[in-house]
Design a protein around this ligand. Structure first.
Ligand code: NAD
Length: 290
């Protein structure tokens, strides 16, 4: 069994990006974050993204807005960043407070600065297999892990569990592309899927993006399959100082021994998301310099 760890892959990507950034000393990539409110998880995520950016020479900005902000005022903030030539990437940290429309907000970001890849134009570009598309960071990271571990995907059956805009749907689109490390036969399963285990057992590559700790058990996985666990779930753990631990969607201990390869949680896909955000930012910056 091969363990597909996120850290070496993410580090290799960041090193390559730092080199690309260093090639043009006259300009620096800049990513702007918009955070609405003080949700602790959002504070943590934005801070860690900013830290990584700084390490590889990407400038970052942070606009913190009150959680009472109106949709129009949020649009005005986005419009100002869209118009600022010094800003190459814009990320509005989700989740947004309930009174704000997340879809309209993502669509307000200029497609050419949409480093999260949630704008409808970039989703359209992904469907059209246009290489200029910014692809959502987590599924893009999954493909990158597969690529750097030279896992064959052509003609293979990829089963994705989950149909979210952030992970499941773009993952399915990526693996069905007519491209290297794609060309797969893709099945998408979700909460209404019947006979889930029967389908997942057919997977050569199984991607779990459900959001339920340990949902994928041994009997759902074909021996010799590659398993990519996207899930990040908090589970109670009285033995840890925090009172919880992070677990994936896959029962790692029982599934891993029968796999060809598997990603751990933590230490797997999670580390790729930030690396791919940096990759999208450098791509946006390079496009703006052309
Ligand atoms: P989501 O809640 O938007 O989507 C979950 C999907 O799972 C849905 O499409 C739903 O239909 C499906 N699902 C739910 N219950 C199911 C069931 N019983 N059987 C089959 N399908 C079922 O979540 P998301 O944003 O796609 O995230 C999924 C998981 O990935 C979460 O644990 C999240 O924390 C994690 N995640 C990790 C990263 C990362 O950086 N590694 C990034 C985003 C999300």
């Amino acid at each position: 069994m091969e363990l597909i760890e996120g850290k070496p892959v993410a580090q290799a990507i960041l090193n390559e990006l730092a080199e690309r950034v260093g090639k043009n000393p006259a300009s620096r990539p800049c990513v702007a974050f918009i955070r609405v409110g003080e949700d602790p998880a959002s504070v943590y995520y934005v801070r860690s993204k900013q830290k990584t950016a700084e390490k590889i020479g990407i400038e970052s900005r942070l606009n913190v807005l009150p959680d009472t902000i109106s949709q129009q005022a949020l649009f005005a903030e986005i419009d100002a960043l869209n118009a600022d030539p010094k800003v190459h990437g814009i990320l509005v940290q989700a989740p947004l407070p309930d009174h704000l429309d997340e879809r309209a907000t993502f669509n307000r970001v200029s497609p050419d600065k949409d480093v999260d890849g949630f704008n409808q134009v970039n989703l359209g570009r992904l469907v059209q297999e246009d290489p200029s598309a910014f692809v959502a960071c987590t599924p893009a990271g999954v493909v990158e892990m597969i690529k750097r571990h030279r896992i064959e995907t052509a003609g293979k059956h990829v089963v994705v569990i989950g149909r979210s805009l952030i992970v499941g749907k773009p993952a399915a689109l990526l693996f069905m592309r007519k491209a290297e490390f794609a060309n797969s036969t893709v099945t998408v399963c979700h909460s209404r899927t019947q006979n889930l285990a029967e389908i997942t057992r057919q997977a050569d590559i199984l991607i779990a993006a459900i959001g339920r700790a340990g949902y994928v058990t041994k009997d759902m996985v074909k021996p010799g399959a590659v398993v990519i666990d996207v899930g990040i779930n908090r589970v109670d753990d009285p033995q840890s100082a925090k009172g919880y631990k992070i677990a994936g969607d896959v029962q790692f201990d029982e599934v891993a021994p029968q796999c060809k390869a598997i990603t751990p949680v933590p230490g797997g896909v999670g580390l790729m998301t930030v690396a791919m955000l940096m990759s999208n930012t450098v791509k946006a910056w390079e496009a703006s310099n052309r």
